[in-house]
Design a protein around this ligand. Sequence first.
Ligand SMILES: [Zn+2]
Length: 318
Amino acid sequence: MAEANGHRGAASGRGAGANGGAGSGDASVPAPIGPFAIYGQTDHVPFGTLSIAAGGRECYRASVPIPRRYTTDAIVLSRFDFGEADRILTLITPGSGKLKAIAKGIRRPTSRLGGSLEPFAELQVSLARGRNFEVVTQVSVSHAWLRLRDSLEGAATAWYLAELADRSLEEQTPAEPLYGLLRRAYELLDAGMAAGRVARWYEMHLADELGVRPEVDRCAECDRMLEPDGRFRWVPQLGGVICDRCPGPSYDRSGLSLEALKLLKAYQRLDVAGIASLRLAATTEREVEADLREFIGHALERNAKSLAFLDEVRAGVS
Ligand SMILES: [Zn+2]
């Protein structure tokens, strides 16, 4: 209690100094919540006593201020030239997810932003909030992952992974797990892990992030454990593998080999070192590539469609 009173006193002193002691009308200002409420203060007020200290002083703000400038880790997902010398970028960041930013004048030879604002690198980007886009004010490269670009397959895979991340994200929604996943995938490509295996590992974990982990242990229809002597079909529309007792598409169209089923399980269970060391037939790798691509393609489609449908349903009910 004594402490609270002490801080109330301190707040009063500040208020008087800032505004000549006037400000009885400030009692209507809601008390700010959380540590950022002291944004702009110079006194040392413990966070825990803010609501008491705030007491309606004019020096506290009614809402949490959003910094106009901030610095964040970021990876460029896509970009296009805009106007005479600008470029518009789609970035993925851990805290703000996907966002659009404009790099003004970047295509001029004299630009300070120059060559560092490139894909396939982890950047540290300083941004200022703009009306439509964030504005890039400074860039530095944290991880260049230069070896990733050495092979065409590595670079093409990196574009594909970036595109999947782009399609998976809403703008301005935190995306720490997906950022970490993309970052790790780029590290693995840079370290020389086979591009196809990095891509499959990424697709499987992306499915997890999207909340649609493929079912590879039980039948996605009847929930029976899959037995090694059974026949299997891969049906992304149903969420994974279905058993031979359940109705479904023909085996010509959707049959899944036992080797491919084992590899799908491996992508869910093994860490990257385990995946990198697997000895696999090329046919099995190709089969799983087609299967996981189809699954992710379906998952991303379905997300959008299901949301549109949900909105329709809601509109109909209200
Ligand atoms: Zn079944």
